[in-house]
Write a protein that binds this ligand. Structure first.
Ligand code: ADP
Ligand code: TMP
Ligand code: MG
Length: 237
């Protein structure tokens, strides 16, 4: 039986990921309705703040007084992805499209960005614990993600930090500081450009309306045939 495809939307905080991910799930629902699987498309968000580990992560992100070593924080985000591993497999194998709002690339980029904090950032809530070469090693950061399903298509939304910082909700959570986000952006681009993976698309969504971005993403999805069920086996990270 053909399976659904795994589509990942990545990007900086407030780049429009969650908005686009929900719109995409409805669009994919219509696209696949003729095959009538038990579910046509489902949105999964990382971190999933509802699981036991996700609740801890939520505390870490929203309570700047909550202190956690950088490596421990990194491993919690990672464990949270493994909590949903079986569900992702079940959905794909039932012929359901799965749209991910963040995944492994966020995992690497945010931790990697903690390596070169300026003095003004070093004593803030962003980073904590004894500095370790682990935090600079993509192999270490990615290691335990190996074995998770690899997205069939990854779309990274990029735009100017100026534009992002004017958006609603900016500044509420731990990592939402413009100086730090600039580093996160560089780390994302470094990782995403490094492996020349054809399933990764970097998309400039600056100065575009929500509808324009939806159309832009849909064109990319269609060009990758990511809106149709597939016989390809699931790939792994
Ligand atoms: P993210 O999930 O990446 O943090 P959201 O989808 O929650 O971002 O969007 C953050 C805010 O920006 C929301 O208030 C949303 O309505 C708004 N927004 C999203 N996309 C656009 C856009 N293309 N133009 C203007 N505002 C947008
Ligand atoms: P969000 O729920 O608004 O997408 O925010 C989640 C925050 O968690 C965001 O600042 C990015 C961060 N994050 C990590 O640091 N590591 C991860 O593995 C993931 C998935 C998110
Ligand atoms: Mg979001």
């Amino acid at each position: 039986m053909p399976r659904g495809q795994l589509i990942l939307i990545e990007g900086l905080d407030r780049s429009g990921k969650s908005t686009q991910a929900s719109l995409l799930v409805s669009k994919l629902g219509h696209a696949s309705s003729s095959s009538s699987p038990p579910c046509s498309s489902k949105l999964l968000k990382f971190p999933d703040r509802t699981t036991p580990i996700g609740k801890l992560i939520n505390e870490y992100l929203t309570n700047k007084e909550f202190q956690l070593d950088d490596q421990a924080a990194h491993l919690l985000f990672l464990a949270n992805r493994w909590e949903l591993n079986q569900e992702i497999h079940n959905l794909l194998n039932q012929g359901c499209f799965v749209v991910l709002d963040r995944y492994i690339y966020s995992g690497i980029a945010y931790t990697l960005a903690k390596n070169n904090l300026d003095d003004s950032e070093a004593n803030t809530s962003i980073s904590r614990g004894k500095k370790s070469s682990n935090l600079a090693s993509v192999d270490w950061l990615l290691g335990p993600d190996k074995g998770l399903p690899k997205p069939d298509l990854t779309m990274f939304l990029t735009l100017d930090l100026e534009e992002i910082s004017k958006r609603k909700g900016w500044g509420n959570e731990r990592y939402e500081l413009q100086q730090f986000q600039a580093k996160v952006k560089r780390c994302f681009l470094q990782i995403l450009n490094s492996n020349q993976d054809k399933s990764i698309e970097i998309l400039d969504v600056g100065e575009k309306s929500i509808e324009e971005v939806t159309n832009q993403l849909w064109d990319v999805i269609v060009s990758h045939n990511a809106n149709t069920l597939t016989e390809k086996p699931i790939e792994y990270i």
